[in-house]
Design a protein. Structure first.
Lengths: 244, 476
């Protein structure tokens, strides 16, 4: 499937968040699921907020939709009033079977993309997103791995060259793909440091665990600290195909 | 995913020229969908629903009524609470069916206006709003009693009774908090209910063991119907205020996830839970002291019961629990009242302005103030029993009409009416629910009945004047 992957772009539409510069161009080759959402306090019924804010929110979404379409993307849009933004985002990922969520930070033309690769799991989806977003551009992709102490160089080479092969399979030019390996560092800090010299980051989401419960998802932490756009590639949702 | 089309077409205009907001296109497990792909997310789960129901109810039945009920009915007050629980259950079952068929904000008001027409809807809707104010005022006066008991405990003697002053203070604070606060109140509510249930379970387990003589105390059983049979029913009417909360679950029906499953479970579950707690509490309290002495302690009788069992720590624990419980009940009722205002204004029965959302805080300040303001006046009267009975009266009218609306809908069986939960024992259960709801009203004090009727009349006249042309009834 080299069809356009669905990328979710959540925008807090009534709180001054808009589509930052460079984002429509970045997503020109994808299928954009544009989610305008408005988080309201529990004292307020969602319908109450809708009565008052719907027109304004629809007007803004119209504008954004046009921006994405002009850039070349196909667009679907939803407007949701919610008490719980995360629940809404999760539901959209599920309902639209989104490959990735974009944390939309402003960017110029993207020339260097950092792709942290954690392990063999999820490489396929990660490659698919990278290839379809950046395959038709001149951007250079750097596959990055922070190795644990007990991993041998061979293991890492297998992992990264496997991923390179996947990217080429999906139509990327192998000359635009580089690899980089670091050792003896905390992966999260390393990624944030290295990312400084890149324009965009594409990384996989982590399985929920106690650590992610306490500290938040690494991908979210990177998104908080990195100033450019971050694509968070989603795990495969087990039952995504059952009833759509 | 269960997509259900909604086929009710409200029409007409009110005096100010506002029409009811159009109905949503579909209702799913996760959202209410309007046209143009605008959705309202459902975010309250089963635990949240139960917490709303139990949290609203438990404050009154355990922490305010035991003394008053024992004074009225003696040991048979236990039976009064059981009767109240049975009536609540008879209504909660039909309410569950209606709520799964129409999982929208507004609860009883919504069901009745769609099932029986605007006039009934207006009486119930405005009555519900006012009824919730009476209920909140009642909880706040109860809170005042507990707060004053803290002063007594600390041996601070005041030259005046601080009950009403404290009630007013908390009334103002709660309203201000609901308008300006953006904290996650639902999580706090869940935690409060959890703490209350743990404290009460521990306390009541000890009490039951003590009552049956495990700790050597053992009490002489007194005559069960010491005040006669009739008093059992009047007391049931009085304490019914302890069972109003399950309908508050229905007022947020539009925000409950998987409404077909969670609404019935939350409503029936919370009624059953609090009934058990109430009956055991009264049993324990009356066996500790005897009904006459318990009655003399008034609103904070449970503190004395705890002191008798566990000394000062027990008294302090129950004092704290009482403060928490009455506070959370008052808070939940004010929020429900504001939801009721929203539902009425959405249907053009109140000015659209009434549900306006504050731009700074995102909260419905007009609706909250229009609930909080009158509550203060009601708190100032300080009449616990009257406030409780008027609140019950207005709710019981709604409960009775909901049961009738269910029977009407079942008989006409319109196409859009397809509840995923169906009440067992139709038509006996809803019939008995209606009969019991209206029947309980007969046993109230004449003053409460009078005020209740005045409120209903005023609601009807308001409807005729303001929104006589609005039709909300579903096509049946």
């Amino acid at each position: 499937m080299t069809d356009r992957p669905s990328i979710l772009v959540p925008i807090r539409v009534l709180e001054g968040e808009s589509v930052p510069e460079g984002i429509p161009e970045l997503l020109a080759h994808t299928h954009v699921v544009l989610l305008g959402y408005h988080v309201i306090p529990e004292q307020t019924a969602p319908g109450q907020a809708r009565m008052q804010f719907e027109d304004r929110a629809v007007g803004r979404l119209d504008e954004y939709e046009e921006m994405f379409e002009e850039a070349g993307a196909t667009v679907e849009r939803r407007l949701v009033f919610t008490h719980n933004g995360q629940k809404t985002i999760d539901r959209m990922i599920y309902e639209h079977d989104c490959m990735a969520v974009l944390v939309p930070n402003a960017t110029g033309p993207v020339e260097d993309v950092l792709v942290p690769v954690r392990g063999a799991i999820g490489v396929d989806r990660l490659s698919r997103v990278v290839a379809s977003v950046f395959g038709a551009t001149d951007a250079d992709v750097t596959l990055y791995h922070v190795a644990a102490e007990d991993t041998t160089d061979d293991d890492i080479q297998t992992l990264l060259s496997g991923m390179t092969d996947r990217l080429v399979e999906f139509g990327m030019d192998s000359s635009t793909i580089e690899t980089r390996i670091d050792r003896d560092r905390k992966p999260l800090d390393a990624i944030v440091d290295v990312a400084d010299s890149f324009d965009a980051v594409v990384m996989g989401e982590t399985d929920p665990s106690l650590t992610t419960f306490v500290f938040g998802m690494p991908a979210d932490q990177v998104a908080d600290r990195f100033l450019g756009p971050v694509f968070v590639v989603q795990r495969e949702r087990a039952s995504a195909d059952e009833d759509g | 995913m269960t997509d259900r089309p909604v086929d009710v077409e409200p029409a007409g205009e009110n005096v100010a020229g506002e029409a009811p907001v159009e109905e949503p296109e579909a209702v799913t497990d996760d959202a209410v969908v309007h046209d143009d792909d605008v959705e309202l997310e459902r975010t309250i789960g089963l635990v949240g629903g139960l917490a709303i129901g139990i949290g609203t109810m438990i404050g009154a039945g355990i922490f305010v009524f035991p003394g008053l009920a024992a004074a009225n009915a003696g040991l048979a007050a236990t039976l009064s609470f059981a009767i109240g629980g049975l009536v609540a259950l008879l209504v909660a079952l039909p309410t569950s069916e209606l709520a799964t068929a129409m999982p929208r904000s507004g609860g009883g008001y919504y069901f009745i206006s769609r099932g029986m027409g605007t006039a009934y809807g207006a009486i119930v809707g405005l009555g519900l709003w006012l009824g919730l104010m009476f209920a909140s005022a009642f909880y706040l006066v109860g809170l005042g009693h507990y707060a004053s008991a803290v002063f007594t405990e600390l041996n601070i003697s005041l030259p005046f009774s601080p009950v009403i002053g404290i009630g007013l203070l908390f009334g103002v604070a709660l309203t201000a908090l609901s308008i300006g606060g953006t904290e996650n109140t639902a999580k706090i509510q869940n935690a409060v209910v959890g703490i209350l249930l743990v404290v009460l379970t521990a306390f009541l387990s000890y009490g039951v063991l003590d009552a049956v003589g495990v700790f050597g105390g053992g009490t002489v059983p007194e005559q069960f119907f010491s005040r006669g049979y009739f008093r059992v029913l009047t007391t049931a009417a009085l304490v019914f205020t302890s069972y109003l909360g399950f309908a508050q679950v229905a007022t947020v029906a539009g925000e409950i996830k998987q409404p077909g499953r969670n609404l019935p479970l939350a409503m029936v579950g919370s009624v059953l839970t609090v009934t058990v707690f109430y009956v055991v509490t009264i049993f324990v309290a009356t066996s500790a002291f005897g009904a006459a002495r318990l009655g003399a302690f008034g609103e904070t009788a449970m503190v004395e019961v705890a002191r008798d069992f566990l000394g000062l720590p027990g008294a302090v624990a129950i004092l704290g629990a009482g403060l928490l419980a009455t506070f959370s009940s008052a808070n939940a009722s004010i929020l429900s009242a504001s939801r009721a205002v929203y539902a009425l204004s959405r249907d053009a029965l109140l000015p659209r302005k009434a549900s306006e959302v504050n731009l700074r805080y995102g909260t419905p300040h007009v609706a909250l103030l229009s609930a909080g303001g009158p509550i203060l006046v009601l708190v100032a009267t300080g009449r616990v029993e009257l406030l409780a009975e008027v609140a019950s009266f207005l709710h019981l009218i709604m409960y009775g009409l909901m049961c009738i609306a269910l029977i009407v809908l079942r008989r006409r069986n319109p196409e859009w009416y397809s509840p995923s939960y169906r009440v067992p024992g139709y038509p006996v259960v809803p019939g008995m629910g209606a009969f019991a709801s209206f029947g309980l009203i007969v046993f109230m004090q004449p003053a409460s009945i009078g005020i209740g009727i005045v409120v209903m009349l005023a609601s009807y006249l308001w409807y005729r004047y303001y929104a006589g042309d609005v039709t909300l009834k579903g096509d049946i």
